[in-house]
Design a protein around this ligand. Structure first.
Ligand code: SF4
Length: 414
C-alpha cells in the first residue's frame, strides 16, 4: 500500500481513501500546474549553471542558451503563449535567491530523500526511485527538496507559484513539515524550512526554524498515519478537504457521488429546483459542503462525458433522442486586410456607415449593422446579400476552424 507523497500528506491526514482503495486517480492536470512544473524545471538548473559550458557542449552561441532553455521548458510543459512569456520573470526571481544562498553555502536543487516513516531512517534517493515505487521500501516516502542549502544551518526551500502560497506558513504546511523532518534525519541537524512564494513581483519567503521537539512530533504523526493506513478500514471521509486540498479522486470517489445524490436530501430535491428552502444553519452547512463538492467535481465529470462520447459516438438518452458530439463548420469571419475588401464595403454602405461598421472590428454582425444604417427596411436583405457576395468573391470571407459541441438531437434531424 503506497504512502502519500509529501504534497498530499495534508489530505491523507483527513482521508486515506485515495491510498487505500483501488480506484484510479484523475490527474486533473491544469495550466497552473504545468506552469509550476516548468518553473521548477528551470529552477532546478540554477545551482552551478554554466552558460559557457552548455553553449560549448551544444555548439551554440552563449546568448542563445537561456532562451533555448525557456523555449524547451515551455514546449515540454505545454505552456500557453502568455505563460511562456512570464516564465523567465519567475525563474529570474528564484535565481536571485539561489545566487545569494550560494555565496556562503553549498546549494543543491531537487534533492530527493527517501524517508522510512516507521524506522525514521532517511537516505538520498537515486533519480529513478522517484517514479519507480518498486525500488523503495514499503514504508518509504520520497520527498523532493526544491533547494537544499547546506551552510551553518541546513535550509530547505520549496518554491510555490500560486498567489495563495504567499499566505502559507511552513510551520502549518504538512508538506514542509515532512520535508523538514526528512532533511533532519538525513543531515542530523534541525533545518530551517521556507516556502518561497514566487510571482511576477518577486519571491516572498516565509520560514520556520524547526526544533527537534517539533520534528519528533512530525515523525510520530507520520508513523500514526501509516499505522492508520494499514490497520483502519478503507472508507472515504468526505469534507471540505476534498475540494480545499485538491483530492485527486474527487470525480471518482463514492462519497462524492453520494454527495451529488444527497445534495439536498432533507428537502428531497423539490422540483423545480428553485423551490429549495434552507431551513436551518445546520441544513445550510450541509448543503454548502455538498454544493462545493459538486462544483469541484462537475468539470471532471463533464470532461469524462465528453471523452467518452467523442470516442464512442452519440448515445440514445431517451427513445429517439441522442446525445453526442455534433460537428459544426467554423464560423465565417471577415478579413478587411484582403485587397479590395474595404472598397467593397464602402461602395455598398457609403463611407459613414462603413466606418461605423468596421471601427472596432469587422464581422458579419457589424456589417449587418452597417447595412441597417445604410439602407431602408425593404432593401436591407438584398444589400447584405450583395455585399457578402462581393466580399466572398475577393476572398475576404474566411472559414473558421470546425468545432464540436455536445448536443441532443434526433437522427432524422442530422
Ligand atoms: S473525494 Fe474526499 S472522501 Fe473521497 S477520497 Fe477524496 S478526500 Fe476522501
Amino acid at each position: 500500500m503506497r504512502l502519500p507523497s509529501a504534497s498530499r500528506v495534508g489530505l491523507a491526514a483527513h482521508c486515506l481513501y485515495p491510498w487505500t482503495s483501488d480506484h484510479p486517480w484523475d490527474d486533473g492536470d491544469s495550466p497552473a500546474a504545468a506552469f509550476g512544473r516548468a518553473v521548477h524545471a528551470c529552477a532546478e538548473l540554477l545551482p552551478g549553471f554554466d552558460e559557457r559550458q552548455i553553449a560549448s557542449d551544444l555548439g551554440i552561441d552563449c546568448d542563445d542558451v537561456v532562451p533555448l532553455i525557456y523555449a524547451l521548458a515551455a514546449h515540454a510543459h505545454g505552456l500557453s503563449e502568455a505563460d511562456a512569456k512570464r516564465l523567465p520573470m519567475y525563474v529570474s526571481h528564484i535565481s536571485g535567491v539561489v545566487l545569494e544562498a550560494g555565496r556562503t553555502a553549498c546549494v543543491r536543487a531537487e534533492v530527493a530523500i527517501a524517508y522510512d516513516v516507521m524506522t525514521m531512517h532517511a537516505r538520498c534517493a537515486a533519480r529513478g526511485e522517484v517514479r519507480d515505487r518498486s525500488r523503495r521500501g514499503p514504508d518509504e516516502m520520497i520527498l523532493i527538496i526544491d533547494l537544499l542549502v547546506e551552510g551553518a544551518q541546513a535550509w530547505a526551500i520549496n518554491w510555490k507559484t500560486g498567489r495563495s502560497a504567499r499566505y502559507e506558513h511552513p510551520r502549518d504546511s504538512p508538506q514542509l513539515r515532512a520535508e523538514a523532518l526528512a532533511v533532519y534525519r538525513l543531515l542530523g541537524r534541525a533545518p530551517r524550512a521556507s516556502i518561497g512564494a514566487v510571482d511576477e513581483d518577486g519571491v516572498i519567503m516565509r520560514s520556520h526554524d524547526f526544533t527537534t521537539w517539533e520534528l519528533d512530533t512530525i515523525a510520530a504523526e507520520l508513523m500514526e498515519l501509516r499505522r492508520r493506513q494499514i490497520e483502519e478500514p478503507s472508507v472515504p471521509r468526505p469534507g471540505m478537504h476534498c475540494r480545499d486540498l485538491y483530492c485527486p479522486m474527487v470525480s471518482r470517489c463514492p462519497a462524492t457521488r453520494g454527495a451529488l445524490a444527497a445534495v439536498d436530501r432533507p428537502s428531497e430535491l423539490p422540483m423545480p429546483l428553485g423551490g429549495i428552502a434552507i431551513r436551518s444553519d445546520e441544513h445550510l452547512r450541509s448543503v454548502r459542503e455538498r454544493v462545493a463538492l459538486i462544483e469541484e467535481g462537475l468539470p471532471h465529470i463533464k470532461r469524462a462525458m465528453r471523452e467518452y462520447l467523442v470516442k464512442r459516438g452519440a448515445v440514445e438518452v431517451t427513445p429517439g433522442v441522442y446525445y453526442g458530439p455534433v460537428e459544426h463548420k467554423g464560423r465565417e469571419r471577415v478579413d478587411l486586410e484582403v485587397p479590395g475588401a474595404t472598397e467593397v464595403v464602402e461602395r455598398h454602405l457609403g463611407p459613414e456607415a462603413a466606418k461605423e461598421a468596421v471601427e472596432v472590428s469587422a464581422s458579419k454582425t457589424s456589417l449587418a449593422r452597417g447595412v441597417r444604417a445604410a439602407a431602408e427596411v425593404g432593401q436591407r436583405a438584398a444589400m447584405e446579400r450583395a455585399l457578402l457576395g462581393e466580399l466572398r468573391a475577393v476572398g475576404a470571407i474566411k472559414e473558421g476552424s470546425p468545432y464540436v459541441t455536445l448536443e441532443e438531437f434526433r437522427k432524422d434531424e442530422q
